[in-house]
Design a protein. Structure first.
Length: 107
């Protein structure tokens, strides 16, 4: 499947299918936007062209201006879920001291 969208970068050097009246067919992309500004490498003329139109005219990229941004950084790897450190067993509650029932000797 061909990519429907051509990525263009400022600084790209392209060769177009149709040559400029000056005879040159190599252009440098200088402006990006709804219209793309390209400069003829042969005569130096600056032309604004519809992006879609330009994309159709590109025959080849001779040089890329900016490399596409690097792939998204990988998310930090999470530690594999290993055996969890055992929670220190809470000390058993101390047995309540039993109240000694002391039978009072009756006077
Ligand atoms: Zn030209």
């Amino acid at each position: 499947m061909p990519a429907p969208y051509v990525k263009l970068y400022v600084g790209d050097v392209i060769r177009t299918r149709k040559a400029h009246p000056c005879g040159g067919d190599v252009w440098v992309i200088e402006r990006l936007g709804a219209d793309v500004g390209i400069r003829c490498r042969t005569c130096g003329r600056f032309v604004l062209m519809d992006r879609i139109k330009l994309e159709r005219r590109i025959r080849a990229f001779l040089q890329r201006g900016n490399e596409p941004p690097p792939a998204e950084p990988e998310p930090p790897k999470e530690e594999p879920p290993g055996p969890r450190p055992r929670k220190a067993a809470s000390p058993a509650p101390e047995p309540r001291p039993r109240r000694r029932i002391v039978k009072r000797a009756r006077p």
